[in-house]
Design a binder for this molecule. Structure first.
Ligand code: NAP
Length: 342
C-alpha cells in the first residue's frame, strides 16, 4: 500500500469487527472504529488493540455522529458490521432491530453519499435473508424469503446497498455470510453457549455466565437449548473477515456468498464440544421450548464457489476443529478467571 488508507468499521467491538480490525492493521490501514457510549464499557474483543486503533463514540441510530466521523476521516473503505445481530431476539425487539439493522445501514450509506461517495462500502448481509427458502444449497442467485424480523431487516439493508450501487454508482458490496463462530462469539449464540457450558461443567465452575434470560447458563447441571435438530452451515469468523476485505479490492462491486457448503446439527455441536472434554452431552443438555424460535429457518448450506472463483477465498477450518478451538479457549478463560459474561 503506497499511502496509509483509512478503514472505518462499525461494530468493531463485536466478533467480526475485532478480527477485521486486526487483519486491516496488519495490512497497514489506519483503523477507525465506531463504538456505543455505554455506562459499562465492554471492550474485551479489542482490548489488545488499544493504542493501535482509533475509537469514535456513536450509534447507528444517530445519523449525525456517523456523518461527522465520515466527514472527518474520509475513509477509503467502510465496513458496516454493527447490527442488532441476534435473530432469536428480533421477535421481542422488532422495532429496534429495524432501526439498527435496517435503517442503520442507510444512515451509513447516506453519510458516504454526502461526504465520501468514492469510499468502498461493505455490508454485512446474512444468510437469514433466505430463511424460508426451501432449497438446500444457496448461492447468490437463490430467491430471498426472510422469515424473521432480523432477516427482514438484513434483507432491507442488502437491497439498499444494491440500490446505492445502482442509483449513485457507489462501490457497495454485500457479503452474504452464513453462520460463523469463534472464541469471540457472543454468549447469546448457541455455539458459545455449548462450548462455554462444556468447559464450565468440565471444570466444575459454580458461577457460570448468565444466558439471555438473565439465568445461569447451566442450572441443575443442565444447559437448556432450543431446537437440537436445527442445522447450520458454520465457519470460522477469522477466515470470513478476509473475504470482506477481498470483496472491496475487486474492479467492480458484487455480492458474494461466504460459507463452508457443509452442515451440522446443534446436536452434532453438543457431541463435539462435550466429547472434546471427555463428557457425554446427553447428560448435560436439554431441549427447552422457551428457547425455540417461533419460525425456524430452512436447512440450507452455502455454495461459496463464486467467492472461490473470483476472490480466491475458501474456508480452511473444519467445523470439528472450530468447536475444539472454541472449547479450549473457554477452558482457558475459566481457568484465568476472565470469563466474558453478557
Ligand atoms: P456481534 O459480535 O453481535 O457484533 C455486533 C456489533 O454491533 C457490536 O460491536 C455492537 O456494539 C454493534 N452495535 C449494535 N447496535 C449498535 C448500534 N445501535 N450502534 C452502533 N453499534 C451497534 O456480531 P458479529 O457476529 O461480529 O457479526 C457482524 C455483522 O455480521 C452483524 O451485522 C451480523 O448481523 C452480521 N452477520 C453475522 C453472522 C455470524 O454468524 N456471526 C452471519 C451473518 C451476518 P456493542 O459492543 O456496543 O454491543
Amino acid at each position: 500500500m503506497s499511502r496509509k488508507e483509512t478503514a472505518f468499521i462499525t461494530g468493531i467491538t463485536g466478533q467480526d469487527g475485532s478480527y477485521l480490525a486486526e487483519f486491516l492493521l496488519d495490512k497497514g490501514y489506519e483503523v477507525v472504529g465506531l463504538t456505543r457510549r455505554t455506562t459499562h464499557q465492554r471492550f474485551e474483543n479489542i482490548e489488545h488493540l488499544a493504542g493501535k486503533i482509533i475509537l469514535e463514540f456513536g450509534d447507528l441510530m444517530d445519523p449525525e455522529t456517523i456523518e461527522h466521523i465520515v466527514a472527518e476521516y474520509k475513509p477509503s473503505e467502510v465496513y458496516n458490521l454493527a447490527a442488532q445481530s441476534v435473530p432469536a431476539d428480533s421477535w421481542k425487539h422488532p422495532m429496534v432491530t429495524g432501526e439498527i439493522t435496517a435503517l442503520g445501514t442507510v444512515r451509513v450509506l447516506e453519510a458516504l453519499r454526502k461526504h465520501k461517495p468514492d469510499a468502498r462500502f461493505y455490508q454485512a448481509t446474512s444468510r437469514e435473508i433466505y430463511g424460508g427458502v426451501k432449497q438446500e444449497v444457496i448461492d447468490e442467485q437463490s430467491p430471498v424469503f426472510a422469515n424473521n424480523p432480523y432477516g427482514i431487516a438484513k434483507l432491507y439493508s442488502h437491497l439498499m446497498t444494491l440500490n446505492y450501487r445502482d442509483s449513485y454508482d457507489m462501490y457497495t458490496a454485500s457479503g452474504i455470510l452464513f453462520n460463523h463462530e469463534s472464541p469471540r462469539r457472543g454468549l447469546h449464540f448457541v455455539t458459545r453457549k455449548v462450548t462455554s457450558a462444556a468447559a464450565a461443567i468440565k471444570l466444575g465452575i459454580t458461577n457460570p455466565p448468565l444466558n439471555e434470560r438473565g439465568r445461569p447458563l447451566i442450572e441443575s447441571g443442565k444447559l437448556r437449548l432450543g431446537n437440537l435438530e436445527a442445522m447450520r452451515d458454520w465457519g470460522y469468523a477469522k477466515e470470513y473477515v478476509v473475504a470482506m476485505w477481498m470483496m472491496l479490492q475487486q474492479d467492480r462491486p458484487e455480492d458474494y456468498v461466504i460459507a463452508t457448503n457443509t452442515m451440522y446439527s446443534v446436536q452434532d455441536l453438543c457431541q463435539l464440544a462435550f466429547g472434546h472434554v471427555g463428557l457425554d452431552w446427553r447428560d448435560h443438555v436439554e431441549s427447552d421450548t422457551r428457547f425455540m424460535r417461533p419460525t425456524e429457518i430452512e436447512v440450507q448450506r452455502g455454495d461459496y464457489s463464486k467467492a472461490q472463483r473470483q476472490l480466491g477465498w475458501e474456508p480452511k477450518t473444519s467445523f470439528p476443529e472450530l468447536v475444539r478451538l472454541m472449547v479450549d479457549a473457554d477452558v482457558e478463560r475459566f481457568k484465568g478467571g476472565s470469563f466474558q459474561t453478557e
